[in-house]
Design a protein around this ligand. Structure first.
Ligand SMILES: [Mg+2]
Length: 364
């Protein structure tokens, strides 16, 4: 099955008001993403999605569209869609980085492979090692205390058992917010914080110490991008359990994290890591070194969420039972993008066993 043609579309969907995000990366009220339809000569179509936040990845709708149309697709046209590693090699050869653009193309290849084989993508990735329905944590914006407390209560009522609070801004406001959320949710639920690189190491150490009584279960990306030693120091000096996220786009970064003892776990996802295969390479490498992984997010739509789900279901080292991931993106949005949307009910996201990514046709 040779890769024959591609269609690259850009679409925008607003977030539901109660899901507006505020983090160290700024505010998000609407998402404009790129969706691809990839065609092979056997007449099968695959869907892919590039979730795009320039502040996160450096990619924009215009850049992703251009990179796919003028670099990535020409480099893989005519290649056998089964040869995922050759497709990734060619895309990396013509263009550095651009993780989300590459991921959109690569997940469309997996969708085609599954449809051709009559199997869900998780079967192609080794088979299901956990149920198709799995629990996520809720990632709450860096709201002021009254709004954070109101939202925390709503999330508890919805059945969430792990609440993630965005921090990474002004230290005292961050500390007050986290304490206030702990007050609402009590000590039977897990509370994790995510600084999105917004603190320096001194601030991170200060905040974690101030939050001792709030019993934070996990500290996500406390220090700036590239500061492997800062994360290691936070672990050494405070005993905090640290999850690496914004610092880890590829296997090189994962190796640095492990070499420096920087983290207790690594957050991965196909968009950030340049595709499903590269994500699995990181998960497997981390597993060989005793480091569990979980699933991060850029507030995806259904297609990229399905790709995340197939990775979770098929990879034993995705330790989501211990560290739930962020796999709720479609439920944040006013509209769904496919004929078979991902089933999201409160904290539980469930993928299906239809061939390919299992999302049906594009509807936007
Ligand atoms: Mg994060």
């Amino acid at each position: 099955m040779k890769i024959e043609a591609i269609e690259v579309l850009d679409r925008e969907i607003p977030l539901k008001p109660e899901y507006h995000m505020v983090s160290a990366l700024g505010q998000c009220t609407s998402n404009r993403f790129v969706v691809v339809r990839l065609f092979v000569d056997a007449g099968i179509e695959g869907l892919g999605e590039a979730t795009i936040t320039a502040r996160w990845s450096g990619e924009t709708v215009a850049s992703v569209t251009d990179v796919i149309n003028n670099l990535l697709f020409p480099s893989i046209k005519g290649v056998d869609v089964q040869d995922i590693r050759e497709i990734n090699r060619r895309m990396d050869f013509v263009c550095k980085h651009n993780w989300f653009a590459k991921s959109a193309v690569e997940m469309a290849c997996w969708d085609i492979l599954g449809k051709d084989a009559g199997k869900p993508v998780y079967e192609l990735l080794g088979g299901a090692v956990r149920p198709l329905g799995f629990r996520s944590r809720f990632s709450m914006g860096a709201y002021d205390v009254p709004r954070a407390q109101k939202r925390a209560q709503e999330l508890v009522d919805m059945g969430f058992t792990t609440i993630k609070v965005k921090v990474g801004g002004q230290a005292e406001a961050d500390i007050a917010r986290v304490k206030a959320v702990r007050e609402v949710i009590g000590f039977n639920l897990d509370l994790v914080i995510d600084a999105n690189c917004g603190w320096d190491v001194e601030t991170a150490i200060h905040c974690v110490r101030q939050l001792e009584d709030a019993r934070v279960d996990l500290v996500e990306q406390p220090t700036p991008d590239g500061d492997y030693e800062g994360m290691a120091r936070l672990r050494r000096e405070t005993g905090a359990r640290v999850l690496a996220d914004d610092i880890c786009f590829n296997l090189v970064h994962a190796k640095e994290l492990i070499r420096n003892d920087s983290c207790d776990a690594i957050s991965v996802y196909p968009g950030k890591n340049g595709g499903i295969q590269k994500t699995i390479d990181i998960i497997k490498y981390a597993g060989e070194h005793g480091i569990p992984c979980t699933m991060g997010s850029n507030i995806e739509w259904d297609i990229a969420t399905a790709a995340m789900g197939h990775v979770i279901v098929s990879q034993r080292n995705m330790a989501i039972e211990d560290i739930p991931g962020d796999v709720l993106g479609p439920s944040y949005h006013e509209q769904r993008v496919v004929s078979t949307p991902i089933d999201i009910c409160g904290p539980i996201t469930t993928i299906n066993d239809s061939p390919g990514l299992g999302v049906g046709e594009l509807t936007i």
